[in-house]
Design a protein around this ligand. Sequence first.
Ligand code: GLU
Length: 478
Amino acid sequence: MEKIKTRFAPSPTGELHIGAARTALFNYLFAKNQAGEFLLRIEDTDRERFIVGATERIIESLSWLGIVPDNVDEPMVQSTRLEKYRAAAETLIKNGDAYVCTCSKEELGAERQNQIAKNLPPKYSGKCREKSQITRGKSQTNQKFEIPNGAVFRMKMPESGKIVVEDLIRGQVEFDAGLLDDQIIIKSDGFPTYHLASVVDDHEMEITHVLRAEEWLSSTPKHLILYKMFGWTPPKFGHLSMILGPDQAKLSKRHGATSVLEYRDEGYLPAAIDNFIALLGWNPKTEREIFTLPELVREFKIENVNKSAAVFDIEKLNWMNADYIKNQISKIKMTDENSKILEKWGYKKLSNDELELIGRGGFRTLRDVAHFLDDLYEEPEYNAELLIFKKSDFGKTKTGLEKSAEKLSALENWDEENLEKILAEVVSENNLTNGDVFWPVRVALSGSEKSPSPVELLVALGKEESLERIQKAMSKLK
Ligand code: GLU
């Protein structure tokens, strides 16, 4: 059986955004689901938009998400391969499938204006193509090309007929060949265009499946023609639908969509981001929504990728992140990376135990956890009334706190299990309810209405500090 190979081919023009991360993830899932390879290619042929350091940031983002390309140490980099594209383009010229175009920008601009004025779809007139037909006999030999300054290479598109893209997600999509311009394949700066470089590289990398954003669908007929000219078998293509905001507008920052590293720095967990972006277009066909990366690899099927646009809902991401923090926190360790992030926010390093206990408190992001924890070490300020649960009263609350303090000060093994047991005993032995005991102890420790459970707080604060706070709470009730 053929080995499945997919690729992610970003242009290093900025940060890895959530939409591009989805493209990478789907290529990764598709390949890994079939024991295939997932490769990285850096498409840096647009020198004007190139940003120094962007490639490194993209790799950092992918690695953080756990979507690591198999060639991460040596990704294919287009700017190092210029002779290859040039040679490929010259082959096309020799075969009569491409030609040198010397039309100036001004000429082309005027032509375009003219067509628009006449209400015609703007299209290159093919002036140089006609010239090349006449001189073709000569150019078939092995001569070197003398390319006039400012000239480009164009491929000859078929003049009529249909080009059919068999899309893995959308089915058959037809294009009218006659409407497509003769595409530029080598630009006047000697760099290839996206079309030529993409085809040459996908062929050389033996890519079997290309999953890319919908915006590239209109490029695919051009690519298919190039494959035909070279006599190569094209990969299979699937175009991923757009991602929109909940208001159906193009996804943007105002919907909370941002770069992967920004989410990292906000304290989102990579597992939550992977899970969330997988559901932007992939339908698991069950009610279940939480899937870890290995589970996604196992379950992913291209047949279950939607044709319709996906909707990005930040509330859902927040919910999912809170869910991961709550349920998976014991698997998250305080890595150096996490610590660095906390440091950047100005928080102290958490121990794994603290992180685990506090993490169960229903926080939205790690940053919120750290923020809470940081506040936790400051003495809480609150009003005495807050100590009394709405179904409790002054007397019961006071007893609850006093009995808890008594038992806690006698406790030697200050661990979760014992603490839980003690508070439960205070309830049962004094004919109280949880609201008379757990609530005031929690408020005494945190000073706030919403916080992790008292047991978690007791562990995080330690015996001495906890007892001191409970004492203070009792004196507030006097
Ligand atoms: N460089 C293109 C991009 O930035 C790649 C498109 C493709 O996957 O063919 O999205």
